[in-house]
Design a protein around this ligand. Structure first.
Ligand SMILES: OC[C@H]1O[C@H](O[C@H]2O[C@H](CO)[C@@H](O)[C@H](O)[C@H]2O)[C@H](O)[C@@H](O)[C@@H]1O
Length: 600
């Protein structure tokens, strides 16, 4: 039975996240952190790599798929329901706010009639490789393997057989049966196991409190709220870091090699996430992230990395988990990310832009932050002319990417504005001069007057959908003919089946990789925003609504959409898709952002 990426929903506790399938199986869970080894890795292999199924018993091999699913209101508590010939059953899944150990709580609730249920637990530590020793301790199931151990607590009798633990039980209307799985280091004794029902109330309350700060009043309120909740779920609470996605190696090209590990904090993705959360009223997250940034990049500016681990770790060595077959055979499964060593000049602009926005939104100034910003600008001053790998992290040769230069312009522009508008002190005349120099160079070398479009790299003919952000940065006004020409060129050359590719992948000339990929959702949302900015609102609304239709049944996006198979592809759920969705909704709702105080 193929589980499509859109068949999964996310639960999480702002330290890690699990993917729950429409069949009631948790097929992905890394503990204790997003970037820890998975103890359920069936997503990238099969059941033998670890999963935790709870669903109606069925006579055949195929598991019953849920009749409907939803999140309980504005929370990350998932409700999966099955209508069966004998009754209706609901499975409530969530990860409560973390106190000591991380827990996954699953409550089976009889809604009508009675339903025979099946539970199967296969814990496989170390990304599906280690079969743990299991034993009963104080009435709980305890599984241990290497540094990891988990405890399963439930009033339902669980029996071990064939390297799995199973239970058969019946739930009738009005009955609720809890299962609690807690992780902890194997050298420690049993952590306090929480009461499932108290945890349910607490988790609901926690989300209600978080949502009480939600400040978006435009159209598509529920869709924007779901994206904001998803972004919050991707933040790593103890440090303020934000992961790009909670998964690794969900393929951009099903069956292909474009499989990457996203369980880290990219400066680019995190700053964009931060801007979206600020847009929705969340200043605390911005403050926490700024502190993470200051701690993480402390040191010499030339040592700045484009991504870090959740606590600021710098070594994210990339390796392949060759025992995993990969999602629908997409190999390799990569752990770690070699892009960590790349030069991506755009991140300087993204960091400066986010810090400028945070300052405008009223985040109190931090003298250390400004000192670091100045160091970053010093580095950029000597390096902005270098070729780089660009925001798409190409694995081919470095190039003079136009988007990178536009973002270098953005970095100096925001520095100038921080001095002029917000009273920071610095060599503003020099920054102004650099800003103007970069502007002139981009307009001369990065623009193709024949086709009336900016190009992907200096002197190239290829287009890059990242150029759609030019009007958002303020590099040129929206009504500049070069901006309009670029938007129209992207529409002409990079649209497939109504959505936008980030660049042409034919021949692997841009990214140096074999195979194709789907439409990059962020680029399609950037097109919505760009069309709105140039006054083509109807077209923008039409595209935005088409993009809304790509969300799965619980409102989640992966990184890309493959029009060939009409499926979501790439890591899931992906911050880089939910962020521009929020910005596009703001733009269409006519609320103010981009270079001005954010108020939605
Ligand atoms: O396509 C090749 C690259 O794909 C990944 O990068 C993409 O995801 C990043 C995280 O969301 C995003 O910041 C970047 O802009 C995207 O291109 C992967 O992480 C890279 O290793 C890979 O080269």
């Amino acid at each position: 039975m193929i589980m499509r990426i859109e068949d999964y929903a996310l639960i999480g506790d702002m330290q890690s996240g699990a993917l729950v399938g429409r069949d009631g199986s948790i097929d992905w869970l890394c503990l204790p952190r997003f970037d820890s080894p998975a103890c359920f890795a069936a997503l990238l292999g099969d059941e033998a790599n670890g999963h935790w199924l709870i669903g109606p018993a069925s006579p055949g091999r195929d598991r019953p798929m849920a009749t409907r699913r939803r999140y309980r209101g504005d929370t990350l508590i998932l409700e999966t329901e099955w209508d069966t010939p004998t009754g209706t059953v609901r499975l409530i899944d969530f990860m409560p706010p973390r106190h000591t150990a991380p827990d996954v709580v699953r409550i089976v609730e009889g809604v009508a009639g009675s339903v025979a249920m099946n539970m199967e637990l296969r814990v496989r530590f170390d990304y599906g490789r280690i079969v743990p020793w299991a034993r009963r301790v104080d009435g709980h199931l305890h599984a241990v393997g290497g540094p990891d151990s988990v405890w399963l607590s439930s009033p339902v009798e669980v029996v071990g057989r064939g390297l799995a633990h199973r239970a058969r039980f019946t739930v009738s209307q009005g009955h609720r049966l809890p299962f609690v799985l807690a992780w902890h280091p194997s050298h420690e004794s049993l952590p306090p196991l929480p009461d499932a029902f108290t945890q349910l109330t607490d988790t609901e309350l926690e989300w209600a409190q978080w949502m009480s700060r939600f400040r978006y009043s435009g159209r598509w309120r529920d869709e924007v709220a779901r994206s904001a909740i998803t972004l919050k779920a991707l933040t790593y609470d103890p440090t303020g870091a934000i992961v790009a996605a909670p998964t690794t190696s969900l393929p951009e090209d099903i069956g292909g090699v474009r499989n990457w590990d996203y369980r880290y904090c990219w400066l680019r993705d995190a700053t964009m996430t931060l801007e979206a959360l600020l847009t929705c009223g969340y200043a605390d997250e911005a403050r926490a992230w700024r502190e993470w940034l200051l701690r993480t990049i402390a040191g010499r500016p030339q040592d700045l990395q484009i991504m870090y681990g959740l606590a600021g770790e710098r070594r994210l060595f990339e390796w392949e988990a060759d025992w995993l077959a990969g999602y629908e055979g997409s190999q390799p499964v990569r752990i770690g990310n070699a892009a960590v060593n790349q030069l991506q000049l755009d991140v300087y602009g993204e960091v400066m832009s986010a810090l400028h926005l945070a300052a405008e939104a009223g985040l109190e100034p931090d003298p250390h932050a400004w000192a670091i910003e100045r160091k970053l600008l010093d580095f950029l001053e000597s390096n902005w002319q270098e070729p780089d790998e660009g925001l798409w992290e190409v694995r081919g040769p470095r190039r003079q990417f136009v988007h990178s230069k536009v973002m270098a312009w953005t970095a100096f522009d925001r520095a100038v504005r921080l001095v002029d508008e917000l009273g920071r002190r610095g060599p503003v005349a020099k920054w102004r001069e650099l800003r103007d120099r970069i502007h002139a160079e981009v307009c001369e070398k990065g623009f193709d007057p024949e086709r009336n479009t900016f190009t992907g790299a200096y002197g190239s003919r290829e287009l890059d959908a990242a150029l759609l952000i030019i009007p958002q940065t303020g590099f040129l006004p929206p009504d500049d003919p070069r901006v309009i020409g670029t938007i129209e060129a992207v529409q002409r050359e990079l649209m497939r089946d109504g959505f936008v590719l980030r660049y042409p992948t034919e021949g692997g000339t841009v990214d140096g990789l074999p195979g194709h990929e789907g439409a990059f959702l962020a680029c399609s949302f950037w097109l919505v925003e760009a069309l709105t900015m140039i006054g083509r609102r109807d077209e923008a609304v039409e595209l935005f609504e088409r993009l809304l239709d790509l969300r799965n049944d619980v409102g989640l996006y992966s990184e890309e959409y493959d029009p060939r198979y009409k499926r979501l592809v790439g890591n899931f759920p992906q911050a880089f898709s939910h962020v521009p969705m929020i910005h596009a909704a703001c733009a269409l709702s006519g609320t103010i952002r981009r270079g001005s105080i954010v108020r939605c």
